[in-house]
Design a protein around this ligand. Structure first.
Ligand code: SAM
Length: 313
């Protein structure tokens, strides 16, 4: 009973209820919460501490950024989620906060798009600066053996690197990216590599215009660390997989290169094995293998997960 009383006492404040409501959709930094709620940093930090102490929020530090998210232990039955569920969606303050959150997200998405548009012509060179891409490509081929009858989907394909690595092994492959400029380079690359079985689509990987359950293999190579909600990309990837199909996630291991945020539009400084394994499990995917590489200045992790062979589409 003490736990419930503590949680209810902590939530019994208008600003703290607003914080809980705005965190329903994901994780935010202290400065983002300050911008959304329009209150001073010390005040917001004090409210956050009370919510963390009461077990309603979880906090984690990554470099100089501190993220907060709802403590969702217990899923939809967690005290934090139950309290948020009681706040009407059309409450005027809640709607105002959600509007400000959307503005922040749109601003960040535009900045990331501008970054990829600017660097598209150089991307094939930039990708190799921190990581030996041949070592990664060899691990990708080993961990994702494919055959000519299979279909591959590369999400956030950029200039088409994963299509180059895995495309020759499959019958048909699709690469999806939001950036027109990246896709223009990918198109030229595919022609140069003679990969006539590969096609490109301009789309948001969080809302794919492709039929569900039709891909034997889905790949997310160095994409998650750019996203506000990396788990949302895994959710959409999972929908694309045929029963028994495999998802390969390749991303950076945790690191402290803060400048990647300012200069290269990264949102997250890598991911732990457990974090991604849990997101995969949340999607009903079984993580079968995890491999770590240190092919350069930064560590790279590869996760392979499988969709249940009996899953309904
Ligand atoms: C770092 S690049 C990686 C490209 C490629 N996978 C590679 O390894 O070279 C990340 C790519 O994800 C794309 N991207 C980021 N968010 C996206 C979204 N929501 N929908 C579609 N593409 C997205 C970017 O446009 C960019 O081309």
């Amino acid at each position: 009973m003490d736990l419930v009383l503590n949680a209810l006492r902590a939530a019994a404040d208008p600003t703290r209820l607003r914080i809980l409501a705005v965190l329903e959709s994901g994780e935010l930094t202290v400065s983002e919460l300050v911008a959304i709620l329009g209150q001073s940093q010390p005040r917001i930090s004090r409210h956050l501490k009370i919510l963390v102490d009461a077990g309603l929020l979880a906090r984690f530090r990554e470099g100089s950024w501190v993220f907060h998210r709802l403590n969702s232990e217990g899923g939809n039955l967690s005290p934090a989620r139950r309290i948020v569920a009681m706040i009407p969606k059309d409450d005027s303050l809640r709607a105002q906060d959600t509007g400000r959150l959307k503005e922040i997200e749109v601003g960040r998405a535009r900045a990331a798009e501008a970054y990829f548009a600017k660097y598209a012509p150089e991307w094939d060179r930039l990708r190799q600066l921190d990581v030996d891409e041949e070592a990664v490509a060899n691990a990708v081929r080993e961990m994702m053996p494919l055959v000519k009858t299979q279909r591959l989907l590369d999400l956030g394909t950029g200039t088409g690197r994963m299509l180059q690595v895995l495309g020759p092994d499959v019958g048909e492959a699709f690469g999806v990216d939001r950036s027109h400029e990246m896709l223009a380079v990918a198109r030229a690359n595919l022609k140069h590599w003679g990969l006539e079985n590969c096609q490109l689509r301009q789309a948001d990987i969080l809302s794919l215009p492709l039929p569900y359950g039709t891909f034997d293999a889905v790949v997310l190579h160095q994409v998650l660390h750019f996203l506000e909600r990396p788990w949302a990309a895994l959710e959409e990837a999972q929908r694309m997989l045929s029963p028994g199909g495999r998802l390969l996630v390749v991303d950076l291991a945790p690191h402290d290169q803060e400048e990647l945020r300012e200069k290269h539009a990264h949102r997250r400084l890598g991911f732990t094995d457990e974090e991604v394994r849990e997101w995969l499990a949340d999607q009903g995917l079984t993580c079968e293998t995890i491999r770590h590489l240190k092919p350069g200045a930064l560590g790279v992790t590869l996760w392979v997960a499988r969709r249940n062979a009996q899953a309904a589409i």
